[in-house]
Design a protein around this ligand. Structure first.
Ligand code: GDP
Ligand code: MG
Length: 441
């Protein structure tokens, strides 16, 4: 993947102070290929490379990163910026009902996404209504009814004799009578964009005055998704995008292109058939997906943000010099906690996914375990933390009582700590002579 390639490119440059024009140019060749392979629009790639190059040349390589990682960091930040930086939420009308119009081509995922969204809104305590406005395909109304039934959401339909505009009008009345505060209008698509479709959607829009028009696009269509989004936005005006079928092998380039061409936020992505598979869109996650390196970047970032470098160095020195105490251990745990739930952090380690992580943890919640350990150390006096060998029976009992743990747990912690120190000592012996760095984790 790109991450590996860039690391290779920069192998011989380790430790260099600033990124030179030549360094960046070499790296950009790889970046360009990766983006094109991920199906990002060519024009966007070109502009992107220009932006990144301008920013990267002359940049100081951060302490703890090699030039390759430094370039990745910049590329990643710029990708995130292109996709809107933050997660974009659905908005609600000041006075209910909130109407969302789901629009898009045939097969994009309008009907299924309407259902998933309605299901999620219901879970948030709202009272949604699904409206069947696809009167052209014989099975469309039936499909929405099935979806509605699955999630226990009422479906308003009037068969296929009335026009979508008339159905929409009636649906508003129905919703008022039934206290539905959210209305999702499942419109008809076409195989291609045409005037008839756009006119119909315009007419519905006029009548229902939607809070948001959500364009549903299929990620698998790649570059076509960009054309579709452009047309819908210029002819109808859209407020947000739902990009479906990202659970397939589409690499996410379409997401970047669509966002950057329309400048409209992607609000949800479809990752499968279940209700929860309609997920909020996070620009940073999509950037990592496009670069093809999992969430490892997020991990790098978190480490950087939260551990002040100097402190980390001090700690490293201590760990290697056998001066590492329970007090240091405590402060290290507190730093790790700042980075978020431990389980989330562990999930970001390359090769870990939610399945093998759950298996590895075997029902144990690492955050809870850490909290127990913390409580025990916090119940010790400073003297005890610096010199655990003074911990006799009565002291241990006091600590156990103070922390609400058992004496056995206190003993286990002390034993683990001793083993950890032993391990550090071994590492220190291995490191001796070399002036290398010990990875923090
Ligand atoms: P519509 O014509 O726009 O209403 O599209 P549908 O909602 O009927 O969806 C078309 C097909 O795409 C159906 O078979 C859906 O199950 C499937 N689909 C929709 N969203 C997703 C998704 O996020 N992932 C996958 N794998 N399939 C999806
Ligand atoms: Mg449909």
């Amino acid at each position: 993947n790109l991450s590996n390639k860039l690391q290779d490119v920069f192998k011989q440059l380790r430790g260099k102070g600033k990124l030179t024009e030549a360094d960046v140019k070499t790296a950009m060749r790889e970046v360009k290929i990766a983006l094109l392979e991920a199906d990002v629009n060519f024009k966007i790639v070109k502009n992107f490379i220009k932006t990144v190059t301008e920013r990267a040349v002359g940049t100081e390589v951060l302490e703890g990163l090699n030039p390759g990682q430094q370039v990745i960091k910049i590329v990643n930040e710029e990708l995130i910026a292109l996709m809107g930086t933050t997660q974009s939420q659905l908005t609600f009308a000041k006075r209910p009902p909130t109407v969302y119009m789901m629009v898009g081509l045939q097969g994009a995922g309008k009907t299924t996404s309407s259902g998933k969204l309605a299901g999620q809104l219901r879970k948030q305590g709202r009272n949604p209504l699904l409206v069947a406005c696809d009167v052209y395909r014989p099975a469309a109304i039936k499909q929405l009814q099935v979806v509605g039934k699955n999630y226990n959401i009422p479906v308003f339909e009037m068969g296929d004799k009335l026009s979508p505009v008339e159905i929409s009008k009636k649906a508003l009345e129905y919703a008022a009578e039934n206290r539905n505060d959210v209305i999702l209008i499942d419109t008809a698509g076409r195989l291609h964009i045409n005037e008839e479709l756009m006119q119909e959607l315009q007419d519905i829009k006029e009548v229902v005055k939607p809070q948001e028009i959500l364009l549903v696009v299929d990620a698998m269509t790649g570059q076509d998704a960009v054309t579709v989004a452009e047309s819908f936005d210029s002819q109808l005006g859209i407020d947000g995008i739902i990009m479906t079928k990202l659970d397939g092998d589409a690499r996410g380039g379409a997401a970047l292109s669509v966002r950057s061409v329309t400048n409209k936020p992607i609000k949800y992505i479809g990752m499968g058939e279940k209700m929860e598979d309609l997920e909020p869109f996070y620009p940073d996650r999509m950037a990592s997906r496009i670069l093809g390196m999992g969430d490892v970047l997020t991990l790098i970032d978190k480490v950087q943000q939260n551990i002040d470098e100097q402190e980390a160095k001090e700690m490293q020195k201590k760990m290697l010099s056998n001066e590492f105490t329970l007090e240091d251990f405590l402060s290290q745990m507190q730093q790790i906690k700042k980075m978020g739930p431990l389980k989330d952090l562990m999930g970001m380690i390359p090769g870990m996914n939610k399945f093998n992580l759950d298996e590895a943890l075997n029902g144990v919640d690492p955050s809870k375990e850490m909290a127990k350990t913390e409580a025990i150390i916090q119940s010790m006096t400073r003297e005890e933390r610096l010199n655990p060998s003074i911990l006799n029976g009565p002291r241990k009992k006091r600590i156990a009582n103070g922390s609400g743990r058992s004496i056995a747990e206190v003993n286990r912690l002390l034993k683990q700590f001793e083993e950890m120190k032993k391990m550090m000592k071994q590492m220190n012996n291995m490191q001796k002579g070399k002036k290398g760095k010990l990875p923090f984790f």
